[in-house]
Design a binder for this molecule. Structure first.
Ligand code: PMP
Length: 369
């Protein structure tokens, strides 16, 4: 079925095969006589769904055995509190601020950590470039260093995760990969903890994915709510409290879909990375070759997932969006804090969707330039 192309930053498009399967199984999952939303999370049916989803995610992201995968709730913003509650040890924590999301994270951490150091920031550049990791000076004895590996609003991405050991620090790296998860492989040798909401690249809102190194469990502050204590969540296999069962189920369908994807010899997340590179390249090339559209982010850190762009003549924004909608190109309006346009090209966006967008952009430019 050909649906409109949905460029939302999240909640975002879900592969149509996943939606169709969820619809087909809505009233009766695998002959159980129940839909997934109606099942006890402790029954054998849902336990099998959850275990399969976790195993598939581990395989797709090549998560090493010393990491635990947790299915939680509260989204990225709740993790901004849950991470310092679990990892700060009431000591110093470091942040690198590269856009709105890491900015929010460091502010929230101040409620829980003894000291928060912003050791590098891209604010002077208007968040158009990444502060060079080679120049970062992590605080001595910091409990962790937090980055946002893809800034969804500013369209800035770390194409290589910083190597903190090379900077003389043994602090674990915490990454907010909400808008990057499953779009490319992760170098786990550089990561202590990764978190992200599911509603961009994985499935419906309500599920939060946390991947955390085993040795970081068990250090929560006394005030940490039990349901947010990573040790407790891990010990209960994400079932200490009722998990977001529907979200886990749909995420599991997406993982199966991802495992089926092929691009030449590559499969799964490696195949997605090839596609995501090609999609982003097509859109950035179109923007850069025109006198009509602009993206201000430095080329080496441009996001593959979220591409903000501006019309040189901003009085045409409404006409651009209306014309896009009429062609079945949905949710291209930029985030309210920065304006302009934003095209989010998560895994569920096919190359054909980006081709349709650039054709429209060229036609709009020809008409109005
Ligand atoms: N971090 C990033 C990078 C995000 O893009 C978002 C949501 N757009 C959040 C955190 C906040 O996530 P949530 O709304 O799930 O709390």
């Amino acid at each position: 079925m050909q649906r409109p192309y949905n460029f939302s930053a999240g909640p975002a498009a879900i592969p149509v095969e996943v939606l169709e399967q969820a619809a087909a199984e809505m009233l009766d999952w695998h002959g159980s006589g129940m839909g997934v939303m109606e099942m006890s999370h402790r029954g054998k049916e849902f336990v099998s769904i959850c275990e399969q989803a976790e195993a598939d995610l581990r395989e797709l992201l090549a998560v090493p055995a010393e990491f635990r995968i947790l299915f939680m709730q509260g989204g990225g913003l709740a993790e901004n509190a849950i991470v310092p509650l679990n990892l700060s040890r009431a000591a110093t924590v470091d942040f690198v601020v590269t856009g709105s999301w890491s900015q929010k994270s460091q502010k929230e951490a101040r409620k829980y950590a003894a000291e928060v150091n912003v050791i590098a920031s891209g604010e002077d550049s208007g968040f158009t470039t990444l502060p060079d990791p080679a120049r970062w000076q992590p605080s001595r004895g910091a409990s962790y260093l937090h980055i946002c590996s893809n800034e969804t609003i500013h369209g800035i991405e770390f194409h290589e995760l910083p190597d903190l050991r090379a900077l003389g620090s043994d602090a674990p790296l915490v990454i907010d990969f909400s808008s990057q998860v499953a779009s490319r492989p992760v170098d786990w040798s550089r990561v202590g903890l990764a978190f992200g909401g599911a509603q961009k690249n994985i499935g419906p809102a309500g599920l939060t994915i946390v991947v955390v190194r085993e040795d970081l469990l068990g250090h929560a502050l006394a005030a940490c709510p039990s349901a947010f204590d990573y040790r407790i969540v891990a010990d209960h296999h994400s079932m200490y409290n009722t998990p977001p069962t529907w979200g886990i189920y749909v995420a599991g369908l997406t993982f199966q879909w991802l495992k089926r994807q092929r691009e030449g010899a590559a499969s799964g997340v490696a195949a997605m990375e090839l596609r995501n590179k090609a999609k982003a390249q097509l859109l950035y090339d179109t923007i850069d070759r025109s006198q009509f559209y602009v993206n201000k982010v430095a080329p080496h850190c441009r996001s593959r997932m979220n591409i903000p762009f501006f019309l040189q003549d901003e009085t045409r924004n409404d006409a651009f969006l209306a014309g896009a909608r009429a062609r079945g190109l949905l949710q291209l309006k930029g985030h309210k804090s920065v304006g302009g346009m934003r095209a989010s090209l998560y895994n569920a966006m096919p190359l054909a969707g980006v081709q349709a967008l650039v054709e429209y952009m060229k036609a709009f430019e020809q008409k109005h330039a």
